[in-house]
Design a protein around this ligand. Structure first.
Ligand code: SF4
Ligand code: SF4
Length: 307
């Protein structure tokens, strides 16, 4: 046997026991603990859309400024799907928001920070309309919280950490990411523009609001006036709408009605395409959808805003 196979593998910090909401685990984190801040000195935190909404509002900056100053780019899959991680302090792997007194954005910290030292896994069983969540304890050597005497249920820990609201919005986004990841060769490699759209709707909420306010968007989608007004003023609603829009643009899930003229023009175009090609492949169908939404993004970039 060669030397490399004799090397012991580093043990995973994830404990191999799946826990439910009423299972108990032992853990407590507090300012007086000897490892205080250790976990934030070496971070690799993936950000979700709701994390970004909370953090940019906490700092009172635009989405773009937040992205530029406080995030790092990453890929969510092997095909260029854009992701964002929390930034580091210059010259270190410490979180950009770490202070000697602890987390500088504590009440708006990301979902991943709230969950630590738990891991969450969501699985949708075949034929089930909903995901089932399982939890795992993550025990890293530097974290002394596992030696504290406090015990609680997963349910109690989740409530204390305030993850409920984060989960509600992020779950839908995770499903979009998973679907994109697992779509594989049936829809071909996603176009660069579909990634731009994903980035805009997921991470640049101010940019997405301007897009929704544009004449191009207003002329294409039939959103009732009252809902439309709310979208432009309520960011949580806007983010939920952005995810709906992504599902429609990327996967053809029709939940935002097109204006009647637009719908007819699309039907006519599609009929012509279908007549030209007896049967579109999945890849071609995805490309046709991409083209429609890419054209809309181009209109938005070229100017026009609604009053
Ligand atoms: S956001 Fe706060 S809790 Fe999360 S890694 Fe940074 S300093 Fe730590
Ligand atoms: S107990 Fe764990 S989570 Fe809390 S400060 Fe220490 S290392 Fe971080």
């Amino acid at each position: 046997m060669s030397e490399q196979f004799k090397e012991p593998k580093p043990a995973s910090p994830v404990q191999p026991v799946s826990l439910g909401l009423d299972d108990r685990f032992r853990f407590r984190c507090h300012q007086g603990i000897a490892c205080f801040n250790k976990c934030c000195e070496n971070t690799d935190i993936l950000l979700t859309p709701y994390d970004l909404l909370r953090l940019k509002n906490r700092l009172d900056v635009t989405s773009r400024d937040f992205l530029d100053k406080y995030t790092r780019d990453c890929e969510l899959d092997g095909h260029g799907m854009p992701g964002l991680k929390l930034g580091h302090r210059p010259g270190s792997a410490a979180c950009v928001f770490l202070t000697p007194q602890g987390c500088g954005v504590y009440t708006d910290r990301p979902a991943a920070c709230r969950y630590y030292a738990l891991g969450l896994m969501s699985i949708r069983k075949k034929g089930s309309p909903t995901d089932e969540d399982s939890y795992f304890v993550v025990k890293e050597p530097h974290c002394l919280g596992h030696g504290e005497p406090q015990e609680q249920t997963i349910r109690e820990y989740r409530a204390e950490q305030g993850v409920h609201k984060y989960d509600g919005i992020n779950r839908e986004w995770r499903q979009i990411v998973l679907k994109k990841r697992s779509s594989g060769p049936t829809v071909g490699r996603p176009s660069q523009r579909s990634f731009e759209l994903f980035f805009l709707a997921s991470y640049d909420l101010d940019g997405f609001r301007a897009f929704v306010a544009s004449e191009g968007f207003h002329g294409m989608f039939d959103v009732p006036d009252e809902e439309y007004r709310k979208l432009l003023t309520d960011e949580e609603l806007l983010l939920q709408f952005a995810l709906r829009y992504l599902k429609q643009a990327l996967y053809g899930e029709q939940s935002i009605p097109l204006r009647s003229g637009v719908a007819e023009a699309r039907r006519k175009r599609n009929a012509e395409r279908l007549a030209a090609r007896a049967q579109l492949s999945d890849e071609e169908r995805a490309r046709v959808r991409d083209e429609m939404y890419e054209a809309l993004l181009d209109e938005d970039k070229s100017g026009g805003r609604a009053e």
